[in-house]
Design a protein around this ligand. Structure first.
Ligand code: AQP
Length: 338
């Protein structure tokens, strides 16, 4: 973090690009709940990131409420952490523009997520999808966040945020103005894979309904999806090394471990030698046990959009109170007139 002396802050966000799933829960919001007691936390619903690919406006509104309600249902306390939607705090977009002029094309060209998301037809991808990591740097640095919980897939983007912060500090002779944000690498649950393909991460936008367990799924749907999950004909190994080359088995064991608070080795001590006919029902029971209280609270909150709107508004006001003065100072530093 170089010589930066500011408060320890966290920024993180989830895109309202679909339903909240088990991967988002284990890889992100479950950690948000723990971290809110250790850092000053800003958790946003990153609607500006979501529109880098097409979003139906009515669905976008509903999904923004859904993600905010999921934060609350999982235990994020809006009296502790600020919960808000990104587009409500204009400072993100203002800083992103300035960062577009700090970041180098060569840096953005190296971002692998753009290549993955744009696919073969990158000429037809939005410009926003290309500069997405610059907006992400602005999201983080507009709060001078010192730490960012990241999954494996986001490590490269965080490196870019550090490069942008360092270049800004250097170019404008503003030593330690921005912190160089540090990754908080997520432990268990850092990468949950699709139930249909152990080589692909579980994703909101996966076209297959059965690839994801959503927080809104009821217990029958969860049990059905786990029953149908891709596996293999072998029994589970008794040691973790035996999961190598068996991505689907490794994923199901990993989910069990992350939800039960144990390790793969401990799960295999109990289930090694058993087939999926035994393991899958046990996993389904555990997933239902852990998710159903959250799903019930999620449904209750989603039925009260007035409350969600108020919570997001209050969170945005708290966030803007921190972000606006940072942008004001940045504008002075780069030489804009007041
Ligand atoms: N499969 C996953 N396992 C563990 N963590 C995951 N996250 C996402 N998928 C998994 C974590 O959830 C947070 C929010 O992600 P996001 O919505 O901003 O973007 P994403 O990673 O692109 O999520 P999706 O579900 O794959 O969305 P789409 O399909 O819209 O691209 C991040 O902390 C991420 O690490």
């Amino acid at each position: 973090m170089s010589g930066y002396q500011g408060p320890l802050r966290i920024l993180s966000g989830i895109q309202p690009s679909g339903g909240m799933h088990l991967g988002n829960y284990l890889g992100a919001i479950r950690k948000f709940v723990e971290l809110q007691h250790q850092y000053e936390c800003y958790y946003c619903v990153v609607d500006m990131h979501a529109i880098t690919v097409w979003q139906d406006p009515a669905k976008l509104r509903a999904q923004t409420f859904h993600i905010a309600a999921s934060y609350l249902a999982a235990g994020v306390d809006p009296n502790i952490a600020a919960i808000f939607h990104q587009s409500a705090v204009g400072a993100h977009a203002e800083l992103a523009w300035i960062f577009n002029c700090v970041a180098r094309l060569g840096w953005i060209d190296r971002m692998t997520q753009f290549k993955d998301k744009a696919g073969k037809d990158k000429e037809r991808a939005s410009v926003g999808l290309y500069t997405y990591p610059v907006l992400q740097a602005a999201d983080i640095l507009v709060y001078k966040a010192t730490h960012v919980p990241v999954g494996e897939d986001q490590k490269q983007h965080l490196e870019l945020s550090r490069d942008i912060a360092g270049k800004f500090n250097h170019d404008f002779d503003a030593e330690d103005f921005f912190p160089l944000p540090e990754p908080l690498i997520k432990g268990p649950g850092a990468r949950i894979m699709s139930l249909r393909d152990g080589a692909k991460k579980m994703s909101k936008s996966d076209p297959s309904e059965n690839a994801c367990i959503f927080l809104s799924d009821d217990s029958d749907v969860i049990a059905r999806k786990i029953k149908k999950a891709k596996s293999d004909p072998e029994p589970l190994p008794s040691e973790a090394a035996g999961l190598e080359g068996r991505p689907e088995a490794a994923n199901l064991v990993g989910i069990y471990a992350a939800l039960s608070g144990s390790s793969d080795a401990e799960v295999l001590k109990e289930y090694g030698g058993q087939g999926f006919g035994v393991f899958k029902p046990a996993l389904a029971e555990l997933v239902v046990e852990k998710l159903s209280p959250i799903s019930a609270e999620l449904r209750r909150l989603e039925a009260d959009p007035g409350f969600l709107q108020k919570t997001l508004g209050e969170g945005a006001a708290r966030a803007a109170a921190v972000a606006d003065p940072v942008v004001k100072e940045v504008k002075e530093i780069v030489g804009f007139l007041p």
